[in-house]
Design a protein around this ligand. Structure first.
Ligand SMILES: [Zn+2]
Ligand SMILES: [Zn+2]
Ligand SMILES: [Zn+2]
Ligand SMILES: [Zn+2]
Length: 416
C-alpha cells in the first residue's frame, strides 16, 4: 500500500523520466518539464504462482563396457517393475541420471576387436608403415649439391682465376651429411617393422567386455508459471519485481492442498498448475517432488501525459521500484518539441568558429594584429562550444572534434 501519495508521485516521475531518457534522445531536463502525472493512482496486489517439479523417468537398457571387475549389482535379479528399487533423487530441482545394474544380467566375453589381447597392431604412424624414414635434407637421394660452389664444381681463386672446388673436388656434389649417403634411416618408432602396438580402445586394454542390463533413472526439473494480474502484466515483469510476500510449500499432487488465504483467481491458478504438472506423469515417468511458490507483487498504475500525448505506466514490487512502460507515447510534434536544440545550436556554433579559424590558417591571413585576434576568437568559439557539447552529449561532442581536427590536419598537410 502507498502511504505517502506525494512522495510516491515524485519518485514515480523520476523513475519514468529515467526510463524514457534511456529509450529516447530526450534529455532529463526536457522530460521533467514536459511530463505530467495524473494524480489518480490505481493499486492492486498481483500474484505470480510458480510450480516447480522434479520428475523421474525409469527404463531398462543394455550397457557394454570394459570388464574392470567392478560390476556391482544395485537391482535384484527378478525385477517385477522398474519401480521396485529405491533411487536417490537429487536435492532441489536439478537434472540427474542414475544407473542401477541388474544382478545376474551380466555376461563377460573376450573383446572382439583385439581378440582378448587388449592390444592392437597397427601401421606405424611415424613412417606410415614403411619402416623407413626418408632423409629430409636430400629427400632420399643420398647426395646433395655442394654449397661452396653452388653445384658448379668451380670457385674463384687468386687473381680471379677459376679453380676446381676443393670441397667437392670439382664434382659439384657431395654425399648428404645428414644420412651419410643412405638416403634415409630406419624408423625409430617401429624399429623398421612398420607396425606398432597400441592399446585397444574398445576394451581399454582389459581384453574383456562386460554386458549387462540396468535400470536407468532420469531426473528432470520443470517449471510452470501463471500470472494473476489485474493488468495482464507480462510474466517477465512480475518475475523480476520484488515480492512483498512469498509463500513456499512442498505439494503432494494427489492431495488437494488448498490455499484458503488466497483469492479465487490465485486458487484457480494453483489448481491449473497442479493439473498441468500431473500431466507429466505419462508411462514410466513419475513426479518426485512438487514445490509451489506464490509471490505477491504490489502494482501501482498511473496515467501520464508527455507533451499532450497520454500513456500508461506501471510500478511494480515491494517499493514500486520497477517501471513497466510498454511504449513511450510520443508523436512527431513531441519529438520536435523535445529535440535537443541546445546541442544542435552548440554544434553549429562550434562549426562556424572552426570554419573561421580554418579559413584564416588556410589563406595565411595573419599579418595584422586584428586577424590574429580574430583567429584566437574563432578558435575559442570552436573549442569552448565543442567542450560544452561534450559535457551535454559525449559522443556527439567527440565526433565533432574528430571531424574538425581531421579536416585541419588535412588542410595543413595539403598546404605543405
Ligand atoms: Zn579389445
Ligand atoms: Zn664444390
Ligand atoms: Zn640425406
Ligand atoms: Zn615406423
Amino acid at each position: 500500500m502507498i502511504k505517502d501519495k506525494g512522495q510516491f508521485l515524485a519518485k514515480a516521475k523520476a523513475l519514468l523520466v529515467q526510463n524514457i531518457q534511456n529509450r529516447t534522445i530526450f534529455t532529463r531536463g526536457d522530460l521533467s518539464r514536459f511530463l505530467s502525472l495524473d494524480p489518480k493512482i490505481q493499486e492492486s496486489l498481483d500474484h505470480l504462482v510458480t510450480l516447480q517439479t522434479l520428475t523421474e523417468q525409469r527404463y531398462i537398457d543394455w550397457f557394454e563396457e570394459p570388464d574392470r571387475g567392478g560390476f556391482i549389482p544395485r537391482a535384484p535379479a527378478n525385477l517385477n517393475s522398474v519401480w521396485d528399487i529405491a533411487s536417490t533423487p537429487p536435492a532441489g530441482f536439478t537434472p540427474d541420471r542414475q544407473i542401477y545394474p541388474i544382478a545376474g544380467s551380466q555376461q563377460v566375453f573376450a573383446c572382439p576387436v583385439c581378440s582378448g589381447s587388449g592390444r592392437l597392431t597397427v601401421a606405424c604412424y611415424s613412417c606410415g608403415g614403411s619402416g623407413r624414414r626418408v632423409c629430409s635434407r636430400c629427400s632420399g637421394a643420398g647426395i646433395e649439391i655442394c654449397r661452396d660452389c653452388n653445384g658448379s664444381g668451380a670457385r674463384t681463386g687468386f687473381n680471379n682465376r677459376l679453380e676446381s672446388c676443393t670441397w667437392c673436388k670439382g664434382s659439384g656434389r657431395k654425399i648428404c651429411y645428414s644420412c651419410d649417403g643412405k638416403g634415409g634411416e630406419v624408423c625409430n618408432t617401429c624399429n623398421g617393422t612398420g607396425r606398432v602396438i597400441k592399446t585397444c580402445s574398445k576394451c581399454a586394454g582389459v581384453g574383456r567386455l562386460i554386458r549387462y542390463q540396468a535400470v536407468v533413472c532420469v531426473f528432470n526439473p520443470h517449471e510452470f508459471n501463471e500470472v494473476v494480474s489485474q493488468w495482464s502484466l507480462p510474466l517477465k515483469e512480475i518475475k523480476a519485481a520484488e515480492a512483498s510476500n512469498t509463500w513456499q510449500t512442498e505439494l503432494n499432487p494427489s492431495s488437494q492442498s488448498v490455499f484458503s488465504q488466497f483469492n479465487a483467481q490465485v486458487q484457480s491458478a494453483i489448481n491449473s498448475l497442479v493439473s498441468q504438472a500431473s500431466g507429466l506423469e505419462v508411462g514410466d515417468t513419475r513426479l518426485v517432488r512438487t514445490q509451489l511458490t506464490v509471490k505477491a507483487v504490489p502494482v501501482a498504475n498511473l496515467s501520464f501525459r508527455l507533451h499532450g500525448v497520454s500513456g500508461d505506466a506501471w510500478f511494480l514490487g515491494k517499493n514500486f521500484q520497477r517501471v513497466y512502460l510498454p511504449k513511450v507515447p510520443f508523436t512527431f510534434e513531441t519529438w520536435l518539441k523535445l529535440k535537443d536544440w541546445f546541442s544542435v545550436g552548440l554544434t553549429i556554433l562550434s562549426l562556424i568558429g572552426f570554419s573561421g579559424f580554418a579559413l584564416i590558417v588556410r589563406q595565411n591571413l595573419y599579418e595584422s594584429a586584428t586577424m590574429v585576434w580574430l583567429l584566437i576568437f574563432c578558435c575559442a568559439v570552436w573549442v569552448v562550444s565543442g567542450l560544452v557539447l561534450i559535457v551535454r552529449r559525449l559522443i556527439a561532442g567527440l565526433a565533432l572534434f574528430a571531424v574538425t581536427i581531421s579536416i585541419l590536419v588535412a588542410l595543413i598537410t595539403h598546404q605543405r
